[in-house]
Each structure stands twice: as structure tokens, then as C-alpha cells.
Design a protein around this ligand. Structure first.
Ligand code: KG4
Ligand code: ZN
Length: 344
């Protein structure tokens, strides 16, 4: 590739409780990926406090961007474009990144690339697997989203299914809270489940109508809460690890079954997973073994690329850039941006 074809993107992510900036070359090569997590502060409140998140992003963003450029060994003059997550997410949090990126792009006279947060999660797979190309099926499991998506090309997606109530990560966090585990609960459930018996309680596996790719986790969450209340009221002993493992088993089975079914039905023998919950060790193991049984190739980013980070936004931005997508100074945060939708 000639030097002039080198597309160097500075990407900014601030949709929830991580302030992150990364420098990514041609969508696949990560020169830096600086992530400043606010978990310690939000933990005190048992979940993300939007107002605090926005304020912390404002405090952090300058230092995070500077560090990303330094670690990458690039200056402003080396950049091709500035990219930013503009939705979905917390409006105040998104606005910090969007305003910062707009100012940078304006000041440096560079193109501005608006990126959909979930398209970023999907693109984390392109970083992990330099040879991965669409089409493939992607299971998106994050704190706010659960989707099965058919990735037709870098910029074209069909949503096969979505959650009708709680997202998978939300269910993990709520169940963790009921077990008195600190925020964010997903990683804690993952950890303690290793010591528990996944068969100890048979929680419901909600598959919905035959053939449906939609998900529903609120019934499962309520079943866990009811079970705990019953144990507590009757004064019967329970092991948190057993409850966690049994809950996790129910989630993992549903996610695995529907993902594999989608690959088989569409004849696409490539499955990727992404989003915070795809860092879950039981889910990774289950998808991997189910895929190998069916001869499906399985892809999942390393855990740091599963949870929110700037590099994934830089990767998605490259494909948006190549497709001619550009934002301007009227770009706004869109908290409920739909997958595949452009609002600029
Ligand atoms: O993708 P993400 O970082 O943020 C959103 O876009 O929402 O996902 C965060 C979610 C949280 O609900 C967190 O508990 C969950 O991902 N999570 C996990 C694990 N690591 C993060 N859930 C289960 N097991 C994990 N190891
Ligand atoms: Zn996310």
C-alpha cells in the first residue's frame, strides 16, 4: 500500500463510563488505545450516574487524547480524520466526545467521522482478526444492547433479532446486585460462577416464538430474584456461586442456541461475538464449542476490545470513511441511535 493510502484515524469514545481515545491505521492496526475507566466512582452508587459520567469525561478527555497521540507516536499533522461515537449512549457523556471531536476536526481542518457505538463493537473483531471480512453473523451483547446481526458488508447490516426488555449485560448487572456483588456485576458473576454448580437451579431459558431471534431476559432476572427472596424468607441457605452459575448457564444457552441457528439458517458459517458480555468466559467457551461442532468459524475479540474502547471506534470509522461518510459542525449526540441508522 502506498504511503498516501495510509488512513490514520484518531477515535474518541465517551458513550458511557469509559473515556477512551485511540489511533488506528487503515481500520486494523492499533497504534494506541487509551482507556480511562470511571468504574471506581460509579461503584459507590451501584451503577453509572450519568451526571458524574459527563463531568468525569470533561476532566479526562484532554489527557486521554494526548496520551493516545503520544503512545502512537503521531502528531496532529499525521492524522487523516477524527472519529467519534455519537450514539447510542448517555446524552451528556456522548456530548463531551462529540463536542471535543468537532472542535479538533474544525481546528485541524480534518474530516469528522461520526460512528455508531455498536458498529464499533462489531468492528473490534476486525482488529482481532486482520483477515475477517463480511459476510458473517454477529452476536452483540453489551450493557445496553443484545442483537443478532447479519453483517452483509462493512456498512450494511440486517438486524435479525433484538432484546424485548433487558439487555444481557443489564441482566448480569441486576442479578449481581441482588447477590450483593459490586458494579459492574458481569465480570464478578463470571468469576464466582467458576466455583458454582450451573445445574443447581433450573432457571427458565426464554426462547420466545419458534424461529424468533429476539431475546428476553427480564423473566430470567425475576426468576433469580424470586428464588433469592424465597431462600431468604425461608431462611434456607444458598451459595451465591451456585445461583450465579445457574443464571449464567441460562443466559449462555439462549445466546448460543440462537446464534448457531442464525448461522445455519442463513448459510453463513462465520459467527462473531462482541460487546462487554462477550468477555464472559462461559459464553466464549460455549460459542466456541457449539461452532466447532457445526463447522462454523468463531471470532471474538480479546476481552479489552469487548468492553468499551476507542480502537473499535477507529476501526468502524475507517470503513465509514471509505464509504464517504462525513459529519459536520452540526453533528449532535443521538442517545437512542438505531443500528444501521445515520443521523447527521
Ligand atoms: O459493551 P460494554 O462495555 O458497554 C456497553 O456498551 O453497554 O458492556 C458493559 C456490560 C456490563 O453490563 C458488564 O457487566 C458486562 O458488559 N460485562 C460482562 C463481563 N465483562 C463485562 N458480563 C459478563 N461477563 C463478563 N466477563
Ligand atoms: Zn459498549
Amino acid at each position: 500500500m502506498e504511503e498516501k493510502e495510509k488512513i490514520v484515524i484518531l477515535a474518541i469514545e465517551s458513550s458511557c463510563d469509559e473515556t477512551s481515545a485511540a489511533v488506528v491505521v487503515n481500520g486494523r492496526e492499533v497504534l494506541s488505545n487509551v482507556i480511562s475507566s470511571q468504574i471506581k466512582i460509579h461503584k459507590l452508587f451501584g451503577g453509572v450516574v450519568p451526571e458524574i459520567a459527563s463531568r468525569k469525561h470533561i476532566e479526562n478527555i484532554d489527557g486521554v487524547v494526548e496520551k493516545a497521540l503520544n503512545e502512537a507516536g503521531v502528531g496532529f499533522k499525521d492524522l487523516t480524520a477524527v472519529a467519534v461515537t455519537y450514539g447510542p449512549g448517555l446524552v451528556g457523556a456522548l456530548l463531551v466526545g462529540v463536542s471535543y471531536a468537532k472542535s479538533l476536526a474544525f481546528g485541524l481542518d480534518l474530516p469528522l467521522i461520526p460512528v455508531h457505538h455498536i458498529e464499533g463493537h462489531i468492528a473490534a473483531n476486525y482488529i482481532q482478526y486482520p483477515n475477517l471480512e463480511p459476510p458473517f453473523i454477529c452476536l452483540v451483547v453489551s450493557g445496553g444492547h443484545t442483537n443478532l446481526v447479519k453483517i452483509n458488508s462493512y456498512n450494511d447490516f440486517d438486524i435479525l433479532g433484538h432484546t424485548r426488555d433487558d439487555a444481557a449485560g443489564e441482566a448480569y448487572d441486576k442479578v449481581a446486585r441482588s447477590l450483593n456483588l459490586p458494579y459492574p456485576g458481569g465480570p464478578k458473576i463470571d468469576l464466582i460462577s467458576k466455583e458454582g454448580n450451573p445445574e443447581s437451579v433450573r432457571f427458565p431459558r426464554v426462547m420466545l416464538e419458534e424461529g424468533s431471534y429476539d431475546f428476553s431476559f427480564s423473566g430470567l432476572k425475576s426468576a433469580v430474584l424470586n428464588h433469592l427472596n424465597k431462600c431468604r424468607m425461608q431462611g434456607s441457605e444458598y451459595k451465591a456461586a451456585d445461583i450465579a452459575a445457574s443464571f449464567q448457564q441460562a443466559v449462555v444457552e439462549v445466546l448460543t442456541e440462537k446464534s448457531i441457528r442464525a448461522c445455519c439458517e442463513y448459510g453463513i458459517m462465520k459467527l462473531a461475538a462482541c460487546g462487554g458480555v462477550s468477555a464472559n468466559s462461559a459464553l466464549r467457551a460455549s460459542l466456541k464449542s457449539a461452532c466447532s461442532e457445526k463447522g462454523i468459524e468463531f471470532f471474538v475479540p480479546r476481552p479489552v476490545l469487548c468492553t468499551d474502547n476507542g480502537a473499535m471506534i477507529g476501526s468502524a470509522a475507517y470503513y465509514e470513511y471509505r464509504a464517504g461518510c462525513r459529519g459536520d459542525m452540526s453533528l449532535n449526540a443521538v442517545p437512542s441511535l438505531k443500528l444501521g441508522e445515520r443521523r447527521y
